[in-house]
Design a protein around this ligand. Structure first.
Ligand code: ACM
Length: 691
């Protein structure tokens, strides 16, 4: 050994010693877990992952845990490239010297309220995952995989002791497969992602005006005439339910009645409240067709249909929709109000208004579903003084209905505030707590709030874009449903979300990878860089504005710039944050100034590069004007930054002129909006303030 090599080894050993000593003392606060566990204790040291890593399962496990642990092992191998010795975990193979031991006390049941708790203890020589049920163990395996870290020595798991259990028992994602059909593969990859963030209910919206999506043997015209050929066979439904159950996820179907029923009456016009004929709806909105609550045939039909579906869908909870029917809140109650038969029925049964007619119908639904062993769930319109309290209210129009429901003794679920189709930022959803401390509810009433669901309504998504609307924002919502209430640091959520988002691609999700593909298509395979620079800082318009600005149908293309653009555009969000940081402590904030300067320079010059791309691809014509605006306002931002950096004050006339240009840039185009205007405005205002 040369002296030089010797010195190197001594130095390396010292460095290693110092860094592990540091690790032992320092709390590694930068864990990238989502949802954050209920309790984490940091311990000294780490478990180094090597290619001898093996898993053993003890206790009283079931096949689901062996399969789940095998999938986790393959994902670990996939991430690290390590060649682990184990192939499939099996009950009949004894594993010696396991690195990870999973102990499970009993097989869990995929049912509401099942125990999902676990403890995960990672020590330098041994990892133990202990759970009451295999479902808890599956949740713990996801935490384990999220803990994988890297340092100079390679892959490792930090030494921690985690004790974890969910805050809410019902943590759902609703996927609307009616407005745009979502093939089985789309549903499966989303189930994998749900499991990765510990969601446990797939609420499957299977019928609406635009499509009836399940094969019915009892009433075959439903799928034959109500779906344009896009429906799930019963075998596929069973396949999805089994796939979900393997991941500890329940599947609750929704068949929306009596409104949102055009596809039903397109198949069976005799169910309708008006004579028909009807055709599957191609537009978006709220429509007149509504089932006829006065005819015994309607109830016989639904009895037979729900009976069939009650067997197909094994979960006890069954959603009947119930939203947006013939109430003045939505539109004139045309079909019920114009039907002499229904008016006579109202009189005869002493039903004061259409809400009472719906409640009458719902009482029959409840009888039918109870007979078939189901618990009835519906949107908040089903809340009515004549309904018994053994139904579940899903609040979507406002959390008031959830509070009211709980006060009146109903169980409820919160969807209001989790409408991810409305393209609101992640932190808006993240900070929407189902049970804030100031809710006017007693302890008993609070227990009635079972949890929440995020809703992916599908008017403006296709199988190609749906993942980009669900993820990654749903991971942050999943944390809201799982983690303790005081886990609510927005900056830290965004830091972790970036990592979790990229990990979710492991399941074949397309929320990241389809972005570049869609931009390539939009440019007709030219260099996408200038288009990406632009789309990185725009977002689709929010709430229900997309349809207002440009009416769409179910067959409109979902391949335009607005579809490639993502909710909560990260580049724009980071820019806004940099500007806020900079303005808060300007003199000491050179890093932010440099970053702001870099971004504004990039955007100012981008239009010149993007223009030839736009000219060569007609679909991009709609972004020519906002792209030009981005350039112009970035130039304004740079001027403002120069004033600020040079400690000069801009004239009031300069400010007024620039703010006007900025206000023009706010106008949506192509149903998108520039997300950096407000931050540049702040720079302009600050530049013209006396200092
Ligand atoms: C709903 O969004 N109409 C439940």
């Amino acid at each position: 050994m040369t002296n030089y090599n010797c010195a190197r080894i001594i130095f390396a050993t010292l460095a290693l010693f110092c860094s592990s000593a540091l690790l032992a003392q320092e709390k590694p606060t930068k864990l990238e877990l989502m949802p954050m566990p209920a309790k984490i204790e940091f311990q000294s040291g780490k478990f180094s992952l090597t290619d001898s890593f093996k898993i053993a399962i003890t206790g009283n496990p079931n096949q689901r845990l062996y399969s789940g642990a095998t999938r986790a092992l393959r994902r670990l191998a996939g991430r690290t490239g390590l060649f682990f010795p184990q192939d499939f975990l099996r009950p009949d193979v004894v594993v010696d010297s396991p690195a990870l031991t999973i102990n499970c006390e009993r097989p869990g049941q995929v049912k509401f309220g099942e125990d999902e708790s676990y403890t995960l203890t990672i020590a330098p020589a041994q990892i133990l995952l202990a759970a009451k049920t295999d479902l808890g163990a599956l949740r713990g395996l996801e935490t384990f995989l999220q803990l994988l870290a890297v340092d100079e020595q390679g892959y490792y798991f930090p030494s921690v002791k985690i004790e974890d259990a969910p805050r809410f028992a019902w943590r759902g994602l609703m996927i609307d497969a009616s407005r745009h059909f979502m093939p089985v593969d789309v549903v499966k990859r989303n189930l994998d992602a749900m499991a990765a963030v510990k969601l446990n209910v797939l609420h499957w919206h299977l019928s609406d005006d635009q499509g009836f999506r399940v094969e019915s043997k009892a009433w075959p015209k439903l799928h034959e005439l109500g779906s344009d050929g896009f429906y799930y066979t019963q075998a596929q439904i069973r396949e999805v339910i089994a796939y979900a159950a393997e991941r500890g996820i329940r599947v609750m179907p929704e068949f929306d009645v009596p409104g949102h029923a055009t596809s039903w009456v397109a198949a069976y016009p005799e169910l309708g409240s008006a004579p028909g004929p009807y055709q599957i709806e191609r537009k978006w909105g709220i429509f007149y067709p509504v089932l006829n609550p006065t005819k015994e045939f309607t109830y016989q039909f639904l009895d037979k249909f729900f009976g069939e579906m009650a067997v197909l869908f094994s979960d006890p909870y069954f959603h009947i929709g119930g939203d947006e029917i013939e109430h003045a809140d939505y539109h004139e109650a045309k079909h019920w109000n114009e039907s002499a038969e229904i008016q006579a029925f109202k009189k005869k049964h002493n039903l004061a208004d259409n809400a009472a007619v719906q409640a009458h119908f719902n009482q029959r639904m409840l009888k039918i579903l109870t007979k078939h062993g189901k618990i009835m769930v519906g949107w908040d319109e089903i809340l009515h003084k004549s309904m018994p309290t053994n139904i579940i209210i899903q609040s979507w129009r406002g959390r008031e209905s959830m509070v009211q429901a709980a006060q009146q003794g109903y169980q409820s679920l919160l969807a209001n505030g989790y409408y991810i189709d409305l393209i609101q930022p992640t932190d808006f959803h993240y900070l929407n707590d189902p049970l804030p401390a100031d809710l006017p509810l007693t302890g008993e009433q609070k227990k009635k709030i079972l949890g929440g669901e995020t809703t992916m309504w599908a008017e403006y998504v296709s199988p190609e874009t749906v993942d980009s609307r669900i993820w990654p924002r749903t991971a942050a919502i999943a944390e809201r449903f799982w983690s303790p209430q005081n886990v609510n640091d927005v900056d830290d959520m965004y830091r972790r979300l970036e990592v979790i988002s990229f990990q979710l691609e492991e399941h074949g999700l397309t929320h990241e990878k389809n972005y570049a593909m869609m931009l390539r298509r939009l440019t007709r395979n030219q260099d996408i860089t200038p288009l990406k620079n632009f789309v990185d800082v725009i977002e689709p318009v929010k709430i229900y504005n997309r349809g207002r600005l440009r009416p769409h149908t179910s067959y409109s293309p979902l391949t335009r710039v607005v579809d490639a653009a993502r909710p909560d555009a990260a580049a724009a969000r980071k820019f806004r944050r940099n500007v806020d940081d900079y303005l808060e402590k300007r003199q000491q904030n050179h890093t932010s100034a440099e970053q702001i300067n870099f971004s504004l320079g990039l955007w100012r010059n981008n239009h010149a590069a993007l223009l030839p791309v736009i000219k060569a691809s007609p679909v991009l014509a709609e972004i020519e004007s906002p792209s030009k605006d981005l350039s112009e306002i970035s130039g304004i931002g740079l001027e403002a930054l120069t004033f600020l950096e040079q400690n000069q004050t801009a004239a009031a006339s300069w400010k007024d002129e620039k703010l006007e240009a900025l206000s023009r840039a706010k106008e949506p185009r192509g149903q998108t909006e520039l997300m950096v205007v407000s931050a540049i405005e702040k720079l302009v205002v600050a530049a013209s303030e006396k200092r």
